[in-house]
Design a binder for this molecule. Structure first.
Ligand code: KG4
Ligand code: ZN
Length: 356
């Protein structure tokens, strides 16, 4: 019988300090033996967003304990893992450096291979921790920093067909949350408030909805939310604005996902078409429901990671490490990177004067 690989994964790209021990299964899924996450949300709350220096200091304070705890909970010794994987980008350099250096030191000390991992690849592969998924598949990655439609052809073979030209979906949730007086991060709180509101109450713009393929634009939506928020004179209207905002995001995602699915169909002739949604925003139940409906309509099988693997975690990093190690795909570039697109040929679509 072939040896099942076990990896230690480390994640410190933003405001979560995380470590995890993951073992591969024979059926191409994984056993997560431990998944330890220390969130810094409380430390950043009063600033309404992540403060890089505070985040880095907190990673330094916590990382030793988090790694120890992941080993203790999994009952695995460092000597027994087959490799160490750590996020090397994209993210905040001061934060990435902490996990990367610890990972590299532990790997060197224990004479194991060290694999620097792209955080976005972690998200892209996260649904296959629990589900058997075959390539190619269509991925919608929706997090605080990224919103992209990607055709996942294979590990290390990604084609970006759509991206946001301004704000990411999670960022739009967080900014709207701030406008509505909610604590950071706004996403989960807006989801709760929206349950109490009327989603038809406010008519909000859906920028570039009928053009620019499956690219997204959300900055205009935020500006409209600021304008409408000034008129709010009751608690109920606050709920209504949260519900209307979330509904507008759903309308945008619904339309753009259909465009992306058509694009996928043009290039891929697989019989079983899979639509994978990953990243922090994939935890939102209303968005899930909407995207399941779109998938049914378009004859795609929707797959979402469990909630614990939607937001930032180290299990997805360890898992990407195992997948890359098996294919001998070592990222040899020995540095952390703030920008690291999955598809290096994709055009950079942000900034003023952009024409799409
Ligand atoms: O993937 P993630 O943990 O970190 C990044 O890589 O960015 O995503 C965090 C983002 C935040 O913007 C947060 O507000 C959003 O995901 N988020 C949600 C929900 N839970 C987290 N957005 C909408 N609804 C949610 N339930
Ligand atoms: Zn993330």
């Amino acid at each position: 019988m072939k040896k099942k690989l076990t990896f230690l994964g480390i994640e410190t790209s933003c405001d979560e300090t995380a470590a995890s021990i993951v073992r591969e299964n024979e059926d191409n899924t994984a056993d997560v033996l431990s998944n330890v996450i220390s969130s810094q949300i409380n430390e950043h709350r009063e600033f309404g967003g992540v403060v890089p220096e505070l985040a880095a200091r907190s990673h330094v304070q916590n990382i030793d304990f988090i790694v120890q705890e992941s080993l203790r909970q999994s009952k695995i010794r460092l000597e027994d893992v087959d490799g160490v994987a750590a996020t090397a980008g994209p993210g905040l350099i001061v934060c990435l450096t902490v996990g990367y250096n610890i990972g590299k030191s532990l790997a060197t000390f224990s004479e194991k291979p060290f694999l620097p991992i792209n955080h976005l690849e972690g998200h892209a592969l996260s649904p296959s921790i629990e589900n058997k998924i075959s390539f190619p598949y269509l991925l919608l990655l929706v997090s605080g920093g990224h919103s992209q439609f990607i055709i996942v052809n294979e590990i290390n073979n990604y084609k970006q067909i759509g991206t946001t030209i301004d704000d990411a979906v999670g960022e739009a949730f967080d900014k709207t949350g701030k406008i509505l007086g909610l604590e950071y991060p706004g996403g989960p709180k807006i989801e709760e408030l929206a349950k109490l509101g009327n989603k038809e109450a406010f008519k909000l713009p859906r920028p570039i909805i009928n053009r620019a393929g499956c690219h997204l634009s959300l900055a205009g939506l935020k500006t409209a939310v600021i304008r409408e928020a000034k008129k709010i004179d009751s608690e109920q209207k606050r709920y209504d604005l949260a519900a209307s905002f979330q509904n507008t995001i759903n309308e945008i995602l619904s339309k753009k996902t259909k465009v992306a699915m058509k694009e996928f169909n043009k290039n891929n002739y697989t019989r079983y078409k899979t639509f994978v949604v990953a990243g922090g925003v994939a935890a939102n139940q209303a968005i899930r429901k909407n995207l399941i409906q779109v998938s049914n309509e378009m004859n795609f099988k929707p797959v979402f990671p469990s909630k614990e693997y939607c937001g930032d975690n180290a299990a997805m990093i360890a898992w990407a490490g195992i997948k890359r190690y098996k294919k001998k795909l070592f990222n040899n570039d020995d540095s952390v990177k703030s920008r690291w697109p999955l598809d290096k040929n994709a055009p950079f679509l942000k900034g003023p004067g952009l024409k799409i």
